[in-house]
Design a protein around this ligand. Structure first.
Ligand SMILES: Cc1ncc(COP(=O)(O)O)c(C=O)c1O
Length: 398
């Protein structure tokens, strides 16, 4: 479909973020003159090694980790796979039971490795979020077993923006002697994140949600946590993740995280205000509702249902007006299945189809939100007027 207007209003920061110019500037030397392999012993290699280790130290300081506990990876999906598979298998080797627990609305990068383990000798229990989009400690306790090897619950949900009580959940896992992993991809930089304070054994982060590069991430792996490497080979990253390190990516990740930390105090309230402006505007339309509680929530994320509208149709019409939003997880876009996250919080499939996720970020302005709020209602009205489902549900008024 040809775009009618040249402006782009990007409201999908949970899918990915642009690389901040300051991050790019920090990375560029490591993509040009400082190109050595960080494992080579000559000067060029030692220089790259210094860049890599400096990035590791900075990340460690920012996430409350010891330096060797920071493992650079190829992103969030890799980190999730590595943590779920690597810790569960190694824990069993050390005598834990072959039982793991994951929440029902994890990212597929956790759910699929869990399913894989389920087909290869493990028992997998699911702890469901409640309708407010939060996984509670009591619900986790109810599925724990004395021999559970690993629990994995995400810190913030990528579709809803709800934030879990991770410290409490980790404590519940530890009561049974299980290890605790959290996918903290969406939360990083948006809350003060301290591994020691939270008490987690492992966590996953990715660069491209914090204005850093794609294809680089960090796995936090607490000292002493059993772990079998997913990627084997040259033994880099303390044998936990083989492969020549992406030094520029690691440097970019560290710089990106520093900027998130530096700007959080002003940026979080700014994004929250824009998010609330958007939510109010949308809820002013009939037959709309918010998904998930705002009580424990990321600043820039909003997930709503617009009843009687196909999410994909709405997305394409907004795209035609230069507005980028999501109707489910970015990672599963292209799929017409209703979002497993919305189903997990009890949203009926026909309603889940009409979900709209907006994520506001560093470069979103009030004008962007106002433009979006001008453009959206006529699109909704048009789609509802054509929708037999909407007519059946609510009559013809929109
Ligand atoms: C919660 C969560 N986990 C994992 C990922 C995957 O990260 P990556 O795209 O770096 O593989 C995403 C990306 O959307 C995410 O939102």
């Amino acid at each position: 479909m040809a775009q009618e207007e040249s402006r782009t209003i990007y409201l999908d920061y949970a899918a990915t973020t642009p690389v901040d110019a300051r991050v790019l500037e920090a990375m560029l030397p490591f993509m040009s003159e400082r190109y050595g392999n960080a494992n080579s012993l000559y000067a060029l290699g030692r220089d790259a090694y210094r860049g890599l280790e400096d990035a590791r130290e900075r990340v460690a300081a920012l996430i409350g980790a010891n330096v060797p506990e920071v493992v650079f990876t190829g992103g969030g999906s890799e980190g999730d796979n590595a943590a779920v598979l690597g810790i569960s298998r190694a824990a069993v080797t050390r005598g834990r039971g072959a039982h793991i627990v994951v929440s029902g609305f994890e990212h597929k990068a956790v759910l699929e490795p869990a399913e894989y383990l389920g087909k290869h000798g493990f028992e997998v229990s699911i702890v469901m979020p409640r309708p407010d989009g939060v996984v509670y400690a009591d619900d986790l306790r109810a599925v724990m077993r004395p021999d559970t090897a690993l629990v994995s619950v995400m810190h913030a949900n990528n579709e809803l923006g709800t934030v879990m009580p991770i410290k409490e959940l980790a404590a519940v896992a530890h009561e049974s002697g299980a290890y605790f992993h959290t996918d903290a991809v969406q939360v990083l930089g948006k809350v003060a994140w301290d591994a020691k304070d939270l008490g987690v054994d492992a966590a996953t982060f990715t660069g491209h949600k914090i204005y850093g590069p794609k294809g680089v991430g960090v796995m936090y792996l607490k000292r002493g946590t059993p772990y079998e490497a997913l990627i084997m080979g040259g033994g880099q990253e303390g044998k936990r993740r083989s492969g020549t390190q992406n030094v520029a990516g690691a440097v970019g990740f560290a710089r990106a995280l520093e900027l998130m930390e530096e700007e959080r105090e002003t940026e979080n309230p700014r994004e929250t205000a824009l998010r609330d402006r958007a939510i109010q505007g949308i809820l002013a339309m009939p037959n709309t509702a918010l998904n998930g509680t705002l009580d424990a929530h990321l600043p820039g994320t909003a997930n709503l249902v617009i009843k009687g509208v196909e999410g994909e149709a709405m997305l394409l019409q907004l795209d035609n007006r230069g507005i980028a939003v999501s109707t489910g997880s970015a990672c599963s876009s292209g799929s017409l299945e209703p979002s497993h996250v919305l189903l997990a919080i009890g949203c009926p499939p026909e309603i889940a189809h009409g979900s709209l996720r907006l994520t506001i970020g560093r470069f979103t302005t009030t004008e962007d939100i106002d433009y979006f709020l001008d453009v959206l209602p006529p699109i909704i009205e048009r789609l509802r007027a054509m929708s037999p489902v909407y007519a059946r549900m609510f009559g013809n008024g929109s």
